[in-house]
Design a protein around this ligand. Structure first.
Ligand code: SF4
Length: 409
C-alpha cells in the first residue's frame, strides 16, 4: 500500500522535528503515541508497559515526571526503551530540568500550569542546548486563568492563543523544536481549535481529544475528533486518551491510521457482514471466535466472515481470505475465489490455518493449491440455498403484490 497516495485531503505542510529516532511533521509518517499508567519510579513495570505499547503500534511513549524518583526512573528507562520517551511535566520546572538530565527524547509542557516566563525560557534554553523537542500541550481543562478570562472560556481561540504565547517565550531564547497540541474534551471545540492552530502555526500538531473516557464512548470521541482532522490533512502525531489499559490507546491509534490508509497494516483486519435473514450461522459468534484466534497470531491479513454463501464471497472479494456459511458447510475463499469447502464446525480452524499459509506462502501459491472441486460444490450449495430461501428472503415481492392489489382496489 502506498501510504503517500491517500485519497484524503493532502496533508498540510508542517516543519519537521525529531523525537529521538522518530521524525514528526513534514513528510514523516503520522506517529502514534500513548502514555504509561505506572509509577515512573517503577522502572521494570513501566518498561514492561512501554514494550506492550510499542508492540501494539506506539511510536513514542510519554511517562509522567512528577517527582525526583520519577526522573531517576527515567534515567534507567530511557536507555532500555524500544521507543523514544517524552516526559510529561506539570507545575514543576525542576522536573523538566531533571527529565532532560535523565536523557528523555522529548518534553511536554502544560502552559496552563507552568506559568512563569523565566522558568519557561529556562527549560526551553536547556532543551535547545540538548537538542530535545518540546510539545506545547495546551489543555482546555487547565487553561491559563488569564486567557480563560480574556476569551470568556476555553474557546478554540483561547487554546490557540495559549500556544502562541508559549511559542513567543521559546522564540526569545531561539528555541524552535516544537510541536503543539490544543486538546479539549469537547470534540467540536477540539476540531475547531486544531483547524485554527493549523492556520496559525507551521509546527507539527499532536492530535487528541482529552479525557475521552472509557470504552466504547472514549474511542468514538477520540475517533470523531482525530479522524475528522486527519481527513482534512491536519495532524502529524496522535494520542487517544482513554480510561482503559493504555494498550487500547496504541491499538486504536494504529488501527485508525491503518483504516484511513495512512499507515501500512501490521496486524489483522477482520471484516464481517452484519448478518441478516439469509445468515446460515451465528455470524457474531464465528466472527468473534475468528477475531480472537487470528488476533493472537497478529498476521498482516484482511479476513472476512460472511453469513451466507449467496452474497458473502462476492461482497468480500477484496479480502485476502474469507469464509461464508451455507448448508452446514463453510466456503473458504481467497480474493473471492472458492478454494475449499469445510464442515461448519471447522470454519474457524480452517480460516486460521489458511491465514497462516497465505502469510507464509502468498496468495498466488495458495490459489494454485486450491481444491479444484470446491467451486462446483459451492455452486451447488448456493443453488440449493437460493431454492430453499428464494432470492427474496425478506418476502418483499409478496408485499409489493399486496400493495399493488390494494392500490387497484
Ligand atoms: S453476507 Fe449473507 S448473511 Fe451476511 S448480510 Fe450479506 S446477505 Fe446477509
Amino acid at each position: 500500500m502506498d501510504v503517500t497516495a491517500s485519497p484524503l485531503s493532502p496533508r498540510r505542510k508542517t516543519r519537521q522535528i525529531a523525537v529521538g529516532s522518530v521524525k514528526v511533521g513534514g513528510d514523516a509518517p503520522i506517529s502514534v503515541q500513548s502514555m504509561t499508567t505506572t509509577k515512573t519510579a517503577d522502572v521494570e513495570g513501566t518498561l514492561q508497559q512501554i514494550y506492550a505499547l510499542a508492540a501494539e503500534g506506539a511510536d513514542i511513549v510519554r511517562c509522567t515526571c512528577n517527582e525526583v524518583a520519577a526522573a531517576e526512573g527515567l534515567a534507567q528507562i530511557v536507555p532500555r526503551s524500544p521507543v523514544p520517551i517524552v516526559a510529561d511535566i506539570h507545575f514543576h520546572v525542576e522536573m523538566a530540568l531533571a527529565a532532560l538530565e535523565a536523557g528523555v527524547q522529548g518534553l511536554r509542557l502544560n502552559p496552563g500550569n507552568l506559568r512563569k516566563p523565566e522558568e519557561i525560557k529556562l527549560v526551553a534554553a536547556e532543551a535547545r542546548d540538548r537538542g530535545v523537542p518540546i510539545r506545547i500541550g495546551v489543555n482546555a481543562g487547565s487553561l491559563h486563568p488569564d486567557i480563560y478570562e480574556r476569551f470568556g472560556g476555553a474557546t478554540p481561540e483561547a487554546l490557540v492563543e495559549s500556544a502562541r504565547l508559549e511559542l513567543a517565550y521559546f522564540d526569545e531564547v531561539d528555541f524552535h523544536d516544537v510541536k503543539i497540541s490544543v486538546k479539549a474534551s469537547s470534540v467540536a471545540t477540539m476540531i475547531a481549535a486544531y483547524r485554527l492552530a493549523s492556520e496559525t502555526f507551521d509546527h507539527p500538531l499532536h492530535l487528541g481529544v482529552t479525557e475521552a473516557g472509557p470504552l466504547p464512548g472514549g474511542l468514538l470521541k477520540g475517533t470523531a475528533g482525530i479522524a475528522t482532522l486527519l481527513a482534512e490533512g491536519i495532524g502529524d502525531t496522535l494520542r487517544y486518551s482513554l480510561t482503559a489499559d493504555p494498550v487500547e490507546e496504541a491499538r486504536a491509534g494504529r488501527t485508525l491510521l491503518e483504516v484511513l490508509g495512512l499507515r501500512e497494516r501490521k496486524g489483522l483486519d477482520l471484516i464481517a457482514c452484519p448478518s441478516c435473514g439469509r445468515a446460515e450461522v451465528d455470524v457474531i459468534k464465528i466472527a468473534n471466535e475468528a477475531q480472537e484466534a487470528l488476533q493472537a497470531l497478529n498476521l498482516p491479513i484482511q479476513v472476512a466472515v460472511m453469513g451466507c454463501v449467496v452474497n458473502g464471497p462476492g461482497e468480500a472479494r477484496h479480502a485476502d481470505l474469507g469464509i461464508a456459511a451455507g448448508k452446514k458447510r463453510g466456503h473458504l475463499f481467497i480474493k473471492g475465489q472458492i478454494v475449499r469447502v469445510v464442515k461448519e464446525d471447522e470454519m474457524v480452524e480452517a480460516l486460521v490455518d489458511e491465514a497462516r499459509k497465505i502469510v507464509a506462502e502468498g496468495v498466488e501459491a495458495r490459489l494454485a493449491a486450491r481444491d479444484h472441486s470446491a467451486e462446483a460444490e459451492a455452486e451447488a450449495d448456493r443453488a440449493m440455498l437460493l431454492d430453499d430461501q428464494g432470492a427474496d428472503v425478506n418476502h418483499a415481492s409478496e408485499r409489493i403484490e399486496k400493495i399493488r392489489r390494494r392500490a387497484e382496489g
